[in-house]
Design a protein around this ligand. Sequence first.
Ligand code: FAD
Ligand code: NAG
Length: 240
Amino acid sequence: MVSYEYILGGFLASLLAFVFFMIISTTLGGNKKVKTLSGGAKSNGFQPEMEEDKSTDVVIVGAGVAGAALAYTLAKEGRRVHVIERDLTEPDRIVGELLQPGGYLKLIELGLEDCANESIDAQKVFGYALYKDGKDTKLSYPLEKYSADVAGRSFHNGRFIQRMREKAATLANVKLEQGSVTTLIEEKGIVKGVIYKNKAGEELRAYAPLTIVCDGCFSNLRKSLSAPKVTMGCQLWANQ
Ligand SMILES: Cc1cc2nc3c(=O)[nH]c(=O)nc-3n(C[C@H](O)[C@H](O)[C@H](O)COP(=O)(O)OP(=O)(O)OC[C@H]3O[C@@H](n4cnc5c(N)ncnc54)[C@H](O)[C@@H]3O)c2cc1C
Ligand SMILES: *[C@@H]1O[C@H](CO)[C@@H](O)[C@H](O)[C@H]1NC(C)=O
């Protein structure tokens, strides 16, 4: 199995915490969406207030492991979350098939552990087996102080991600939409929201006081936020 070789290669998966970066716009109530009122509102001296779009607290770009977990967690705390994901069909990539025990503990902490249960055919992982020159040895995770359920998990990443998306979408205050974000809306250096194309190809805007970009290692948006020294996000894996 491909990912197994990576594990033996150097325990690299433990380095791979959920990678995402945040864009935080700090101004409170700085999220003004202009709605033009028609008619004679101005003529009687009444200045229509810039109407604030208060329907969304957080826009999340991308519903991979980071975006989906974040959407669920923020919504459980009562925030209104709008998740925009380019492709809502089950991902079909050979990535992220091993969840370390620490990752499983995080799932428990977030109430998401059922997304990695038997029903997606997830297998418990208790450590590593090393084979060399006809000899072998085992390295077990030190799990003695945890309950029997706590172990690593190996699964089809796509099934796991799909479960997380579904679980997030069960919350009434999560709006999970298929769409491709093209641009961050910035005013005076503050991110106000995003421009995206929905499934029908319409160009739409979503505004929120906080926008979180979790669009993965092939991010198109990263370069508009920082000047990363890393030129290729998946270098670590490409070198395997
Ligand atoms: C070959 C390989 C093997 C790996 N094996 C493991 C492993 O065994 N264990 C492990 O823990 N990690 C592993 N990783 C790392 C793991 O896959 C990543 O850390 C993880 O997927 C990162 O999650 P993410 O949510 O940040 O990004 P992603 O999973 O890439 O999710 C990003 C999401 O954003 C969406 N998106 C992107 N751009 C836009 C846009 N403009 N608008 C809307 N949506 C957008 C994408 O469709 C995608 O759904 C592996 C990686 C590789 C490459
Ligand atoms: C696994 O979790 C799902 C919810 O994601 C639940 O419906 C199902 O009953 C669980 N299955 C087992 C075997 O625990």
